[in-house]
Design a protein around this ligand. Structure first.
Ligand SMILES: [Zn+2]
Length: 278
């Protein structure tokens, strides 16, 4: 039998088929509607008996609650494919999947993954299990209230921390302040324009606030930082290491480690881990 792991975000759909035939792929998520992709794979590889999906949106009990950047025709993915093909299906938020993979990688059962890419999100692992909340929304750190911004977040509010500590936030500020630098945190820091530099400074302050909130609220042993913005700017981790103690509860800082993610695609790795539990 074969098992299929999928990671779908706003830009990419990545997958790995594990079994007699081993196939992996990476395509634009805009050209591959999720349900259509799953249906095509099941028909092509008829021995697939389990599918695990890491999904960049809000998910609860096998159903997609919202997905601002992903086209989905079917929201009750789990029930739909289980009844249509008689296979096992599990769909999880991508940051929960990433946190699960980080937990296994670092061998740590109390861990938070804080990822800053297009958006800002976190996944919380407590005693080796994902922390969900009542509707699967725990860990939505990107949408905690922070400061009023002159534009809206994807969720509709104007004061989300994601508007400051994410790639999309940086782009919104650059457009608002008419900053002509390349969209790159390091270049913004080195800009001759004070308003461009202020975007980078706002980014670091907001990320510190998010990390300190998670440390104080969840008391993890390790905070793993990942996502495109952090991966391309290793100095972000140094800034956080130097200043987190000024923001977070001191007692929660004891024995705390900040680490940069070493996993190439943690969400897909997390989806593969889910397959092992199905
Ligand atoms: Zn928001």
């Amino acid at each position: 039998m074969s098992r299929l792991a999928i990671d779908i975000g706003g830009t990419h759909l990545r997958y790995e088929l594990i079994g007699e035939t081993e196939v992996c792929g990476n395509m634009s998520s805009r050209d591959s509607e999720l349900a259509h992709f799953i249906g095509t794979m099941i028909e092509k590889y008829s021995d697939i008996d389990a599918v695990a999906i890491s999904f960049a949106g809000q998910v609860h009990d096998g159903t997609i609650l919202s997905a601002p950047n992903i086209e989905t025709e079917i929201v009750d993915i789990q029930a739909h494919f289980e009844s249509k093909y008689g296979i096992r299906v599990r769909i999880e938020n991508d940051l929960n999947c990433a946190a699960l993979a980080e937990s296994v990688y670092w061998g740590e059962e109390n861990l938070v993954a804080l990822y800053s890419g297009t958006g800002l999100g976190s996944g919380i692992i407590e005693k080796g299990e994902i922390v969900y909340g009542s509707r699967g929304l725990a860990g939505e750190i990107g949408h905690i209230p922070y400061r009023e911004a002159p534009f809206a977040c994807g969720c509709g509010k104007h004061n989300c921390i994601e508007l400051y500590a994410s790639g999309s936030g940086i782009e919104k500020w650059m457009a608002h302040l008419d900053c002509k630098e390349p969209v790159d945190l390091d270049r913004l820091f080195r800009s001759g324009s004070e308003s461009c530099r202020s975007i980078a400074e706002k980014y670091i302050d907001a990320l510190l606030y998010a990390a300190a909130t998670l440390v104080t609220l969840c008391n993890p042993k390790i905070v793993v930082l990942g996502g495109g913005v952090i991966r391309h700017n290793p100095f972000v981790l140094e800034s956080l290491n130097a200043r987190l103690g000024d923001f977070a509860l001191h007692a929660a800082m004891e024995d705390l480690r900040l680490e940069a993610s070493h996993i190439e695609n943690a969400s897909l790795e997390g989806a593969k881990l889910l397959l092992d539990t199905m």
